[in-house]
Write a protein that binds this ligand. Structure first.
Ligand SMILES: [Mn+2]
Length: 326
């Protein structure tokens, strides 16, 4: 699809939200904390403005997010205003793409790789999370940020920054988090659920993946492969796989950590995490995907060995461009 978005600012977005009603807020498939936090944070704020709003997600919402997703009122209505949050590309809409892909009026996002599918796009690539943008919007709308909204937004900001650790974390990130904590939410409990809790199945999967971890380019790149067989053997559910991508980058000396996950036979979801100066987004763009400077992804088809060599080819080019070669 061609880039068609008109870039808009926060004033435009606030006016748009005030004038419209019957909101359908779309998030990406396999939703993460930021997608759901932004979707439900915005939905709760719109409901407080006496608008009708609902979040539509292509996949079931993982139970661990219920503490804020269940706080929104379930409203039955026919949607009129279609919004997308944290959605870089309509391809990520999964089963909702056909119905909504070309009907999205407003997109609020922080992915530099946003493909410009919406009529209006509020894009802030410097925001650590889309939830930071939603926070600014709700403040500007003059809607009080209550505990439920704070739970949603805090979750998104914390998860997209790896618990305030990643390089996307700014002073503003911490200031917003502080304001959200001031509403009385239990931030340590949220972070315990998001970061310090793993099922035994997940640990078993990690053990298997670590066993076959591979290193390339003199230890600058690592690859972890999670096959369908490993997932089945461990008993891990899809949402228990979240965050597995952070393992590959944690090894000393690594500048590019790759996680290859088998979705279907010969269909692989690739996640790439980098350290400066490597640009994960450009590595993935060459492979037909996109994302952020330090975290990006793509989907590749074919035999596993071919998939690996294509990834390694793109990483090699990035290492050469960044003069990071061995
Ligand atoms: Mn995000």
């Amino acid at each position: 699809m061609d880039y068609k978005s008109l870039p808009v600012n926060i004033d435009f977005v606030c006016k748009f939200l005030q004038e419209r009603d019957l909101f359908v807020i779309l998030t990406h498939a396999s939703p993460d904390g930021d997608a759901l936090g932004a979707g439900f944070g915005l939905c709760l704020a719109l409901q407080k403005m006496n608008k009708r709003a609902k979040v539509l997600c292509p996949d079931p919402i993982p139970q661990k997010y219920f503490y804020f997703t269940k706080t929104a009122a379930d409203q039955e209505f026919v949607g009129r205003t279609i919004i997308a949050v944290d959605l870089a590309d309509t391809k990520l809409l999964g089963g909702l793409e056909e119905e909504y892909g070309d009907k999205i009026e407003l997109c609020i996002d922080h992915h530099i790789s946003n493909t410009g599918y919406a009529s209006y796009l509020m894009l802030d690539p410097d925001a650590a999370a889309t939830c930071e943008c939603i926070y600014d919007i709700i403040k500007r709308l003059g809607v009080e940020i209550d505990k439920n909204i704070a739970l949603a937004l805090y979750t998104g900001i914390s998860t997209d920054t790896g618990c305030f650790k990643y390089s996307n974390t700014t002073a503003k990130t911490h200031l917003i988090a502080a304001e959200l904590i001031n509403t009385g939410i239990d931030s340590s409990e949220i972070n315990r659920i998001m970061f310090d809790t793993k099922s035994r199945q997940r640990l078993e999967l990690e053990r298997m993946a670590l066993e076959d971890m591979e290193y390339y380019f003199g230890g600058k790149c690592s690859i972890i492969t999670v096959t369908k067989a490993m997932i089945d053997k461990s008993g891990c559910t899809d949402d228990e796989l979240e965050g597995i991508t952070s393992i590959s980058r944690a090894v000393e000396g690594i500048v590019a950590g790759v996680t290859i996950k088998e979705k279907l036979p010969q269909v692989y979801k690739i996640s790439i995490r980098t350290h400066a100066p490597l640009d994960a987004s450009s590595i993935c763009r060459r492979l037909g995907g996109g994302g952020h400077a330090r975290a990006a992804g793509c989907e590749l088809k074919g035999p596993l060995e071919d998939v690996k060599s294509r990834i390694l080819g793109s990483i090699k080019q990035a290492l050469e461009e960044a003069q990071c070669t061995v």
